[in-house]
Write a protein that binds this ligand. Sequence first.
Ligand code: NAD
Length: 475
Amino acid sequence: MKVYDRLFIGGEWVTPAGTGTIDVINPTTEEVAGRVPDTTEADIDKAVAIARQAFDSGPWPRMQPTERAAILTKVSQAIQAEMQPMAELIATEMGSPVAWGSMAQVFAPSMILDYYVGLAGSYAFDDLRPGLMGQVLVASEPVGVVAAIAPWNVPLFIAAAKLGPALVAGCTVVFKPAPETPLDAFRLAELFEEAGLPKGVLSVVPAGREVGEHLVRHADVDKVSFTGSTVAGKKIGGICGEQLKRFSLELGGKSAAILLDDVNLDEALPMLLPNALMNNGEACIAQTRILAPRDRYQEVVDALVEKVSAMSVGDPLDPTVEVGPLVASRQRDRVEGYIKIGQEEGAKVALGGGRPAGIDKGWFVEPTLFVDVDNSMRIAQEEIFGPVLAVIPYDGGDEQAVAVANDSSYGLCGSVWTGDPTAAWPWPGECAPAPTCSTVPSPSTSPPPSGATRSRAWGGSSGAKASSSSSSRSR
Ligand code: NAD
């Protein structure tokens, strides 16, 4: 069992102000896998004060971006050097299968850091532009003290997506991981320490939502970068709006995978299913609404039943396992609640719907396939965040399929599956505001300025402008 009795504040391991602790429960064994201090408001005040001083008078914002990036390179390399143990640590915290997690939970974060390292050398922090009265120097400057708040489902990935741009830009950061996943966050803190990050620049303070909200409200925080649920995002956006504080929100998703009528199921489903059930369905970009042309509906359902029932469910530390347990018993309650709701709404369970046979410990739910789903049902509209797929028939052609896909309040991701990729994108006007924003739901090679649209995201949380503000001076 991994136990920390100190918090990482301003680059040092310090005794916490309170005596409370957070137990990390392994969702497979239901046993305590780790323990960390529970951050208090006094700890947050201390972390923010140190970050403020480090930003206002410390060396970090005054270094060259490439000098700051050199630290990130070391951290990225260190993450890659411990891919397997890190994937196992995250699996122990929240149940992500290591086969998926070593790439998506560990290697991908190192790729994100590398992306910002590259940007440090290529981005025009000082940009001379033509202006009305002559040339204008537009200087991109770090926004200041950043409060970074992450969810538990892809903890290291989100940490990298927040720390990468903030640190390269020259910000100082108070990072609050979710209480379910503090262990990988503390390991990341150790890697930054070993990489030589100057004192004062980074704090890692695991806590729940009340203490998180104290961080959001703190007067010395210049920007809040939040990833999590839509409900929490609305609250945080409201607080930041009242305070006229910068913020970015990356929130929930309910992505649609459109199967066009020429799709080859033997080719498409082995690629689609890992994206639909990735991370046990606990992924904001999971393709959980599968849209099938009505005249091929039964064929699609039969193929899905065959392929999903062949997926292995079990201990996420087993490299052959594809679906592990949900993060917590409350999450299993939530998912089982939605399975009940779907049945009450009139959808049929074609596969799963219960707990897997032969597993008597852990917060498992069988991979579940709902058929005869209407897009207006709650199981088609609301984020379930578990291994539950809804197969929705559509009538008419491709445009009707896009209309059903876009009939959602979410706008995070989406995919189109076709036998002819060159003909798969006839809706350029639909791209920006629609969930159907990529042909394959994989991370793009360069993070876009903002990951989502509609009411499910706000501000740019990734990409070149994520943690800088611009000031302009006339020349
Ligand atoms: P959550 O909103 O409950 O919590 C996320 C984080 O915010 C946690 O650290 C939590 O402690 C903190 N928090 C919650 N309320 C807060 C408040 N009022 N003030 C300050 N901090 C607060 O979400 P979760 O259950 O941890 O994560 C799952 C959600 O995250 C899903 O909705 C998923 O879609 C979303 N998510 C989105 C993305 C994306 O890029 N869009 C990526 C991953 C996860």
